[in-house]
Design a binder for this molecule. Structure first.
Ligand code: B12
Length: 245
């Protein structure tokens, strides 16, 4: 059955999640995303990666569309299916591990823009273990020709400072998914400004801010975005990069 509010298929009356979603998707991107979601939750790595490597490109999808419209969408749906009790944590783990492989496969295939001569440091805030978001940011920046330093999950604030000292980035991107990691986000911003001055360029984002956007105003965070594509566009304009640079 299709749940009109969310525009998504939802299992009802003992229907399994697979039968509920099959046949629902319309656009080529949704058909690929649905097929990928099925294979990922079934734990079928070979099939899931074949869908990304073959079907997604055959459907005319760009690398950016595959990252956001297939893999990110699948991860969001996995969260909803887990939250609604339709899949187990082990199925979430199976699928997420496959999505990490799919991203690695896309990384090897992605186009790279001309060097923008700018460097970005990307990291999760301390305590944050959701790292697929910032990892996709890193790939989008590299596609746009930026030099990327990606630290990953749950990085202590001192190590974020050390990495920034070593890399001298033009932009530091901080990612938080869980609201209970927002105090660590605030501390990280304060420590970065104490060490590098108030004009250190900080970007912030992740699902934690969907619930608390006012924190970005309170801390006067200059660069914000909802996804990787928006962040690269924002960063380019804040860094004064024009098309072709
Ligand atoms: C995979 C996953 C996990 C994995 C993470 C593995 C990994 N290496 O990443 C594990 C198993 C570790 C995990 C643990 C938990 N999880 Co979890 N998880 C997920 C899941 C299913 C997918 C996450 C993902 O990959 N998303 C896809 C990425 C690409 O999207 P994204 O993070 O939003 O990133 C994009 C944007 O937000 C933005 N963005 C992100 N960072 C930044 C930074 C900047 C600067 C900018 C500009 C933009 C930006 O751009 C990104 C790319 O486009 C989500 C569901 C969901 N809705 O995301 C639940 C979810 C986030 N998890 C949830 C929960 C509750 C937990 C646990 C507390 C469960 C538990 N009881 O233990 C723990 C907490 C662990 C911790 N301390 O952090 C809930 C959070 C609900 C809430 N907000 O409170 C969710 C929403 C599931 C649900 N529907 O309930 N989880």
């Amino acid at each position: 059955m299709v749940d009109e509010r969310q525009g998504r298929a939802r299992p009802t009356n003992g229907e399994s999640w697979t039968s509920a979603t099959s046949g629902y998707c319309t656009s080529p991107q949704k058909r690929v995303a649905d097929a990928y979601l099925h294979a990922a939750i079934d734990g079928d790595r070979t099939e899931a990666l074949r869908i990304i490597r073959d079907d997604a490109f055959a459907a005319g999808l760009s690398v950016g569309q595959i990252y956001l419209g297939v893999i990110q969408e699948a991860q969001y749906e996995i969260g909803r299916l887990w939250e609604d009790g339709h899949i187990t944590i082990s199925q979430e783990h199976l699928a997420t591990a496959i999505s990490q492989l799919a991203i690695a496969q896309l990384y090897a295939m992605m186009p790279r823009g001309s060097a923008a001569g700018h460097r970005v440091l990307i990291t999760c805030v301390p305590g944050e273990t959701h790292d697929m978001g910032p990892r996709i940011l890193a790939d989008f920046f590299e596609m746009a020709g930026f030099e990327v330093r990606y630290l990953g999950a749950d990085v202590p604030v001192e190590e974020i400072i050390n990495a920034a000292e070593a890399a001298e980035p033009d932009l530091i991107a901080l990612s938080a998914t869980m609201s209970y990691n927002l105090p660590a986000f605030r501390k990280t911003v304060e420590c970065l400004r104490t060490r590098f001055g108030d004009d250190v360029l900080i970007a912030a984002g992740g699902q934690a801010f969907a619930l608390t956007p006012e924190l970005l105003d309170e801390l006067a965070i200059p660069v914000r975005a909802n996804d990787a594509r928006q962040l690269v566009e924002q960063s380019r304009s804040v860094l004064g990069l024009t098309n072709g640079e």
